[in-house]
Design a binder for this molecule. Sequence first.
Ligand code: SF4
Length: 429
Amino acid sequence: MSSVIASDVGEHHPGPQTQERGQRAVFCGLTSIIWLHRRIQDAFFLVVGSRTCAHLIQSAAGVMIFAEPRFATAILGERDLAGMADCHEELDRVVSELIARRSGINRLFLVGSCPSEVIKLDLETAAAKLQVKHENRVRISAFSGSGIETTFTQGEDQCLKSTVAELPALGASEENLIVLGTVSDIVEDQFRRLFDDLDIKNVHFYPGRKAGDLPAVGKGTRVIAAQPFVGETARALIERGAELISAPFPLGAEGSKAWFEAVAEAYGVDSERTQQVLEMPYQRAKRAVSVHCSKLEGKRIHFLPDSQLEIPMARFLSEECGLSVNEIGTPFHDQLLMRGELARLPQDVPMVEGQDLDPALSRVRAARPDLTVCGMGIANALESEGLRTKWSIELVFSPVQGFDQAGDLAGLFAKPLAREEILEVGSWS
Ligand code: SF4
């Protein structure tokens, strides 16, 4: 079943905009455990799900032979699914064993899945009960990674939102800045140096490297998103008094500059000082991007809905690399977080929110773009038809934010196009 509803899905995007509902091909929110467990180095993620869930997360993580991974799956058996066993008792036993065995774990996330949701296992209540039992040892909370009507990056949003209620209250006369959404450690270090140079103090990255790095929140809190898929957490922080700074995402030279400028302006930093601080990294980023531009300029790119990074990536590629954007498909268009992006998009790009796989693929086949950004499951089929692809999940796994990553980001898109040229030369000779 499918439907296409023409509607005004974008506040400021002047191009044609539609919504699609139908068959979807995206990973579920469990996938976000892969980058979350790397980021929060003392957290453990216990998926309550099926063997399928265990396989998904294991294959997404690759095979870890030497490290003891900080995620696992408590597998629901047939008796659990039939409602014949007491899942809570079993979960209690598994969690107690885990906590006894892993002394370095300070945070435990119980992660819901499609099977746990289907049998209506209330993991939030289970987490609250387990918290009482293990109060002095570990913080426990629950979030959903289920693939029912969601896409994979929403797992992070659910995870962070589950901890907002625990954030301490910010003092009445205090101010702080929360950078929201996972960035790699190296990106955090680079951003901290620039915030220091701008004299912006009391900056917190959420999530932090340690589970206990929880920022205070209140009327003096400003929030800036580093990732486009943290809308529910942003709204939860706004409900607790925080103010959201609207900006493009820190992708590419222009996006990173506009992102830092928006923060500096919110803090009343003198604009001359801001330009002085940003000029060198901005010029460096522009040079790094330009190295890849000869491969990218004039090429046509098509985004299938997958990661929620589609809108800012399309803006980066059209604004800085000279690509023309054929279509931007995005699983969800969060108007709150996309405010800073839409005005910078080319005027006539069609935007499609949601997914209906067959018509979406038909449009790709008809347009035959030079590059299609899509999920891993779709990429092989398109490649076999002679179309070049880029896995959108790679853009979430790689450090791509900020001035110093701008060249690498352009390189991620240039690589499949360069590969095609090599193949063409090879087949000619
Ligand atoms: S949570 Fe749902 S979509 Fe994800 S692996 Fe488990 S069953 Fe599949």
